[in-house]
Design a protein around this ligand. Structure first.
Ligand SMILES: C[S@@+](CC[C@H](N)C(=O)[O-])C[C@H]1O[C@@H](n2cnc3c(N)ncnc32)[C@H](O)[C@@H]1O
Length: 298
């Protein structure tokens, strides 16, 4: 990514070779095999870029997902693809690799208790008329952004000064989030009344889908943010949702990410992590209110 003759993991850049000698054996699924050493190079690369610790058990997943990219570029081995992607000369391919190696599972009202807490405790104490800003810091395809938005619209009204910022390292999921078009069979957990009030039914090419209404969308913004790097200027937030992403990080990465994000909270602001996650031992700055919900002292 640097153009400095160094690969993104710091090794010297090499040109892509397609000589038959570089070609790997082809497995039954049509993708080339990957050696343990080659897999380890990809593990190191995604860790360096995104902080993601890709378990040894994810070899088949990596072959399946990146196999498509090899085909796309007419490459016949993972060694060739690695040199190509890590050369520093192909930032778009590096982004495509990151997009494919991230896990983007999400849905509306996932871990519903957090939204109940947002409505009944946080928003119930919020002075009317004052701005309210929320950050969905690993927002994936946007269901979390819009779930938060529906809750804010209900509690504060569509005319109030609130904003939800959605960010992710993956540009592919961010584009979907910004589009705000979902299939009707993905509405599990989404109350019908919200669907009627805040969404539009898809017609013609969007038949079978629904679109987030412009009145909601104008309260949202989308940014690519890599949590494993210093943050861009984002402003301060009343609530930060950092849910179901720390499970992919090791302890040191978690500590650094949490330290960066805590800086973005207003005093008294809330920090919410996924139900399988905890900030235990990662920060002294936040006060636990209940499992997975924390507050910065005012
Ligand atoms: C499983 S989804 C969680 C979505 C949502 N927060 C939820 O709980 O339903 C995890 C998201 O984290 C993103 N992610 C992974 N590493 C990241 C990083 N270093 N910076 C920003 N986002 C990252 C992935 O792209 C993915 O969209």
């Amino acid at each position: 990514m640097t153009g400095s003759g160094k690969t993104v993991d710091g090794a010297p850049a090499e040109r892509v070779r397609t000589s038959p000698l570089a070609r790997g054996a082809v497995a039954a699924n049509g993708n080339p095999d990957i050696s343990d050493a080659e897999f380890a190079r990809f593990q190191k690369l995604i860790y360096k870029i995104a902080g993601i610790s890709l378990a040894d058990t994810k070899k088949v997943l990596l072959v399946g997902r990146l196999g498509r990219r090899l085909k796309h570029h007419g490459l016949t081995s993972f060694a060739e693809y690695y040199r190509f992607v890590a050369s520093g000369a192909e930032p778009d391919e590096l982004q495509a690799m990151v997009d494919l190696l991230t896990t983007n599972e999400t849905y509306f009202f996932r871990e519903e208790a957090h939204f109940e807490f947002l409505a009944k405790t946080i928003l119930a104490q919020h002075p009317p008329g004052r701005a309210f800003n929320v950050w969905s810091a690993a927002s994936s395809t946007g269901e979390e952004i819009y779930t938060i938005s529906f809750v804010l619209a209900e509690a504060l009204g569509l005319g109030a000064p609130w904003q939800v910022t959605g960010s992710d390292i993956s540009t592919a999921v961010l584009a979907k989030a910004e589009q705000g078009l979902y299939w009707l069979d993905r509405t599990r957990g989404l109350p019908q009344s919200y669907l009627r009030k805040y969404c539009l039914k898809g017609v013609r090419s969007q038949e079978g889908g629904f679109m987030i209404a412009p009145e909601i969308k104008r309260h949202t913004r989308f940014m690519q943010v890599n949590l494993n790097r210093p943050l861009p200027a984002l402003g301060k937030f009343d609530v930060i949702f950092l849910r179901n992403v720390m499970i992919y990080f090791d302890a040191e990465t978690k500590r650094q990410v949490v330290a960066r994000l805590v800086e973005q909270l207003h005093p008294g602001g809330h920090f919410i992590v996924g139900h399988a996650e905890s900030l235990n031992g990662l920060t002294d700055t936040l006060r636990p209110l209940r499992p997975t919900i924390y507050q910065l002292p005012a």
